[in-house]
Design a protein around this ligand. Structure first.
Ligand code: SF4
Ligand code: SF4
Length: 175
């Protein structure tokens, strides 16, 4: 499946205003929390089968993954460097329990692209942290309480845009 410049030919453009009313309807609909989550999760899984993440990697350019102590060990192993060296060179300490993977190319630590992304590929893919593994599937859990996150992902991820477009066909709302 091809995508160009991080976009997918099937994906609507990334303007939330195009679907905001629909999502508001969906969230306010008579679907139970579990039904809503199931519908969004199924649409996300189908949409993810239609995109090529290797060609896209938008989320790697926008997100700064957190890593637990256990995940840091796996990441260092995947890179083939000592744990303390990995932590020193590639992560940022925060008040959070977890460390953040550093970003490169920005003027502040919170800007730029994930430093594990090299020429469009994750150099520690087999050891990438949980947050990278579940994106964007995690959006199919607790949809009603996480519309803000869905909105952010709609901007970033073509699969989320495809999923919501398909849901609109499947569960036609008031818009
Ligand atoms: S999960 Fe979404 S944003 Fe990330 S690479 Fe795949 S299609 Fe792109
Ligand atoms: S760790 Fe790998 S998968 Fe996760 S954001 Fe960075 S490059 Fe992407």
């Amino acid at each position: 499946m091809s995508s160009v410049g991080g976009e997918h030919p099937d994906a609507p453009s990334g303007h939330w205003s195009e679907v905001a009313d629909y999502v508001a309807w969906l969230v306010a609909s008579g679907l139970s929390d579990a039904e809503l989550d199931r519908a969004v999760e199924a649409a996300l899984r189908e949409a993810m089968a239609r995109v090529d993440c290797v060609e896209c990697h938008n989320c790697c350019q926008e997100h700064q993954p957190q890593a637990t102590d256990e995940e840091l060990v796996l990441m260092a192993q995947a890179m083939g460097v000592a744990l303390d060296e990995f932590i020193r060179l590639y992560t940022i300490e925060t008040p959070l329990a977890n460390r953040l993977v550093a970003r490169v190319g920005g003027t502040r630590p919170s800007e730029g692209v994930c430093c594990m992304l090299d020429h469009g590929s994750c150099i520690i893919y087999s050891g990438r942290p949980w947050g990278c593994r579940v994106y964007p599937y995690h959006l199919g859990s607790g949809v009603r309480d996480n519309v803000g996150e869905l909105k952010e992902a709609y901007r970033i991820c073509p699969a989320v845009r495809i999923a919501l477009a398909e849901l609109r066909k499947r569960l036609p709302g008031s818009v």
